[in-house]
Write a protein that binds this ligand. Structure first.
Ligand code: ZN
Ligand code: FE
Length: 253
């Protein structure tokens, strides 16, 4: 059975994703109805489901436009029903649902917002992380604490290394410039930055990315490593404290 993933650039630098399997189509996040509708029509797909990661406008504002011509069921976090669009199905951390014969697990990844969730499709090795774990980065801490985000990132980091990470924004090039300030000598990071530059020159998205590559290069996943702590003069500090310091530096980068 084929399982297709389509990445759709939306707005300035957002990504939405379509999953298509067994004649069913799901959309992950709805930044803008125009490009999503265009993609659906060009493929002749109707929209059956929308999975929402978090309440921010750049992930939900396309929904009313899509609902004019489609009647998808909407899935999202039970913890944030007051701020999310009306949900048909609301999930607590760890709950699962079925999509076209594939189990989808809802993982609480609070930090950027409280109630942000990721959707993990184990059978196809894909996780939709939006503004939690991002390509070479992580979302800003608008609502949650550094400890919440570190716990969220740690959950995602423990997924199989060959998991495809579908995140919400094309911020990778700027993230790379910052990552180099944390680990200038990391050869995997240097190689990734060269690859990002050539992709961006060709207008190719750098999202999705592989979890193994994030583990090797993303400074926010590497806060627990002794060499990173040593370089920041935080040798004896906790992983969370080092993560918080890296996040603080990025905020003012
Ligand atoms: Zn956001
Ligand atoms: Fe966003």
């Amino acid at each position: 059975m084929t399982f297709e993933l389509v990445t759709i650039p939306c707005l300035e630098d957002n990504y939405a994703f379509l999953l298509h399997a067994d004649g069913k189509t799901a959309l992950i996040d709805a930044p803008d109805s125009g490009p999503i509708d265009a993609e659906l029509s060009s493929r002749g797909w109707s929209l059956d489901e929308v999975w929402i990661t978090h309440h921010h406008w750049d992930h939900v504002d396309g929904l009313p436009g899509l609902q004019k011509t489609h009647s998808p069921i909407i899935r999202g976090a039970a913890a944030d029903t007051e701020r999310l669009p009306n949900l048909d199905h609301a999930y607590a951390d760890g709950e699962t649902f079925d999509f076209a014969g594939h189990e989808v697990k809802v993982i609480d990844v609070s930090g950027h917002t409280v109630g942000h969730v990721a959707f993990y499709v184990e059978s196809t090795g894909m996780v939709f992380t939006a503004d939690s774990l991002m390509a070479l980065g992580c979302g800003r801490l608008f609502e949650g604490t550094a400890e919440q985000m570190w716990n969220s990132l740690s959950k995602l980091a423990s997924l199989p290394p060959d998991t495809i990470v579908c995140s919400g924004h094309e911020y990778t090039q700027a993230n790379g410039r910052f990552a180099l300030t944390i680990e200038p000598e990391n050869p995997d990071l240097q190689a990734r930055i060269a690859d990002i530059s050539s992709k961006r020159q060709n207008g190719t998205p750098t999202v999705p990315s592989l979890l193994s590559l994030e583990l090797a290069t993303n400074p926010f996943l590497r806060a627990g490593l002794q060499n990173v702590k040593d370089d920041l003069d935080m040798s004896k500090e906790s992983d969370v404290a080092v993560f918080a310091e890296i996040r603080r530096r990025k905020d003012s980068f």
